[in-house]
Each structure stands twice: as structure tokens, then as C-alpha cells.
Design a protein around this ligand. Structure first.
Ligand SMILES: [Zn+2]
Length: 370
């Protein structure tokens, strides 16, 4: 059992309070704190602290197949899909062969891996996840007068292709923004709320195809303890709130909009899944008192939430590499005293969790049993 120090990512869209408070840092942060990474990804490898000093986790666990994050979105993130394993392998090799540097802004594939994700909300969490059922999309196209030219699309695939290849999206989006600004303020449950917020964040919002997707994708609010899974191809965006996220160890993102970064329409059309249904909300399956497992088809990771009453104790066994992050209370894990925001790494060992004087919440990242 080793104490683990993660790394903060200061992306623009991050909040100023949630992650600093989680990590016990006093005062208001000056830079946005978007993500806290606990993993061995070379962009921000965690540091393990043992008897022999500080060692990058990547040296202890070079085979770690997942990356655990805390994410705090003050502003919305881009609308994105992650590639399948086959697409990532092919795309990475093709971009290498074409001599595109890994750091080039036009580069789609940073590695050859897919990047399915599961996450569980820590606060009420607003997001987009997958296409709405087609009848809902038809209703929306009829209810938004500026989208009239899109109504001739007969299938979701045709509609998406149409949107992504529109020569001048501003011809629809500029009048849409003008109308929404003249109307009374919409609620968060209305896509118009997020369209207006996007227009505050992105100066070129009237050119941004992401605004269409704010209407076409399921708008979801998760309560703490609820989550979603994003398999390859499912368009999604995190809009607002804090969450614990676990994903395959990859950085491969294909963006569709709400971004100043590179959008590769051709590659995106190859990657998108056109399944259209209400998003499955994960509530976790009970695996013992206070323990919920958020099962997914992924073979790389499994996310478990553990709740303990004050002064309660549990025995657990780490099979393979396990990261435990304390998100509430104080506890001794494997004898190491931890406060909120601290984490440990364990591998193939039995250990105890002993709760302190208040209730405890822990998120555990592990590799699912085969
Ligand atoms: Zn994603």
C-alpha cells in the first residue's frame, strides 16, 4: 500500500473551488482546477510515496490500464466521441506514417488505444449523452424555426452528415441566437439555456456546429452517486458539475463542436455511433453493505463506490492494481491515515479500511475480474 499524489490539470473550463477544497488547499485558486489525475499517463503521472521515497507510479505500475480522475466543469467541455480500438489503431498508424507530430493541433490520435469512460457524479451534474430517440429529434426540429432547412433529413445519419457539412452554419445559428437572446431566460432543462451559455464562452458560437448537438443529444442531470458510461462512438459533453471519472489510459478525443480545437469531420463521421435512445443512467449494483459497483463492458476498469458509517471497518482485497480515493471523511486504509482528497495504490494484497469519526466515501478503481 502506497500513498499516491495526483496531478492537477488547469484547463480553462475548470472550476476554482471544488478540486482545491477536495485537496485541502486553503483560499481561492488563481488558476482553474479542471481535473485531478491519478494514474500513470505520461502527460501527468501520479507520484507514489513509500519507504524508499517518491517514485512515479509509472515505474511501479507501467501496465496500469486505466486513469482515474476527479473532474470539475465550471464551463462546458467540447462535444466529443472517442474512437473504437480498431479506429484508434488505424488512425494512430496513419498519422505517424503521414509524419504529423504528436503535439500538432491537427493530430486526432495521441496513442493507439480506445478510451471508453465511466463516471459517477459528486454534485448535480449536467451533461449530454448519446442521441435522443428519433421521434424526439423530429419534434425538436419542428419546434426550432431556424432549423427548418434540416427537416428534410429522413434519418439521423443523414441529419448529422448534413450538419457537419453545412457550408455556413451561421445562417441558422445567428438568427437562433438572436431569437433566444430576445426571449425570457430558459431553464437548465432547456437546450436553449446551454446554447446561450455556449455563446457567452465561445466568441465564434454562431459558427459552431456544437450548438445543433445541444438539441440533438440527451440532456441529462445526474444526482450524486449516479453515472453514465461512454463507449466508443457515443457523442457526449460534460456541461457543469463535479464527477469521478475512470477511463482506459488514452487521450484520444474526436471533437464535434463547442471547441476552439481541431474538428476533423471525416474522422468524426467514421467514429460516431447513431444509436438513438434514452441514456442508461448507472446507479451501481450492490456488492455488500455500502458498496456499489458501476459495471460496464470495459475490460480495463471497474469503478466502485464504498460508503462507511463513522468508526466502521471493512476488509477488502486488491486483485491487480487498485487506486482508492477518499472523497469524504477521514479513514485509515491499509494502516495509512488519509484525509479527504488523498489516495493510495495497492496491488494483490488484503487491506483494511477503518472509518474516522464521520462517514466516509471512497472511490475504488480496479481491473474487473476476467
Ligand atoms: Zn469523453
Amino acid at each position: 500500500m502506497l500513498l499516491l499524489e495526483g496531478r492537477v490539470q488547469h484547463y480553462e473550463w475548470g472550476g476554482f473551488a471544488f478540486i482545491p477544497a477536495l485537496l485541502g488547499r486553503k483560499g481561492k485558486a488563481r488558476k482553474p482546477h479542471a481535473e485531478y489525475w491519478l494514474g500513470s499517463h505520461p502527460n501527468a503521472p501520479a507520484i507514489a510515496r513509500g519507504e524508499s521515497g517518491r517514485v512515479p507510479l509509472i515505474e511501479i505500475a507501467p501496465d496500469l490500464p486505466y486513469l482515474l480522475k476527479v473532474l470539475d466543469a465550471r464551463e462546458m467541455l467540447s462535444i466529443q466521441a472517442h474512437p473504437s480500438q480498431a479506429l484508434a489503431r488505424r488512425g494512430f498508424a496513419a498519422e505517424n506514417a503521414a509524419g504529423i507530430p504528436i503535439s500538432a493541433p491537427t493530430r486526432n490520435y495521441k496513442d493507439a488505444n480506445h478510451k471508453p469512460e465511466v463516471h459517477v457524479a459528486l454534485t448535480p451534474f449536467w451533461m449530454l449523452n448519446g442521441f435522443r430517440p428519433w421521434p424526439q429529434i423530429v419534434n425538436i426540429l419542428e419546434g426550432v424555426p431556424e432549423f427548418r432547412p434540416l427537416r428534410s433529413a429522413r434519418t439521423l445519419k443523414a441529419l448529422v452528415r448534413r450538419i457537419l457539412t453545412l457550408p455556413e452554419p451561421a445562417r441558422m445559428l445567428r438568427p437562433l441566437l438572436a431569437r433566444l437572446r430576445s426571449e425570457s431566460a430558459p431553464s437548465r432543462k432547456d437546450p436553449a439555456f446551454w446554447v446561450l451559455r455556449a455563446a457567452q464562452i465561445f466568441p465564434d458560437a454562431a459558427q459552431d456546429r456544437g450548438l445543433f448537438f445541444l438539441y440533438l443529444l440527451n440532456l441529462v442531470v445526474l444526482q450524486p452517486g449516479e453515472g453514465t458510461y461512454q463507449p466508443a462512438g457515443v457523442l457526449h459533453a460534460y456541461l457543469e458539475g463535479s464527477t469521478v471519472e475512470l477511463m482506459a489510459n488514452s487521450d484520444n478525443v474526436l471533437r464535434a463542436g463547442l471547441t476552439s480545437k481541431h474538428v476533423d469531420t471525416g474522422e468524426l463521421l467514421r467514429a460516431i455511433s447513431y444509436a438513438a435512445e434514452a441514456p442508461p443512467i448507472l446507479k451501481g449494483e450492490s456488492a455488500g453493505r455500502g458498496i456499489r459497483v458501476y459495471r460496464t463492458p470495459s475490460t480495463e476498469f471497474e469503478l466502485t463506490r464504498i460508503h462507511l458509517s463513522p468508526s466502521a471497518a471493512r476488509r477488502r482485497v486488491a486483485l491487480g492494481p487498485v487506486i482508492l480515493l477518499l472523497t469524504e471523511g477521514e479513514a485509515r486504509i491499509g494502516g495509512i491515515p488519509l484525509h479527504r482528497g488523498q489516495a493510495v495504490f495497492a496491488r494483490d494484497e488484503a487491506y483494511s479500511i477503518e472509518a474516522g469519526p464521520s462517514k466516509v466515501e471512497i472511490f475504488e478503481a480496479s481491473v474487473p475480474a476476467p
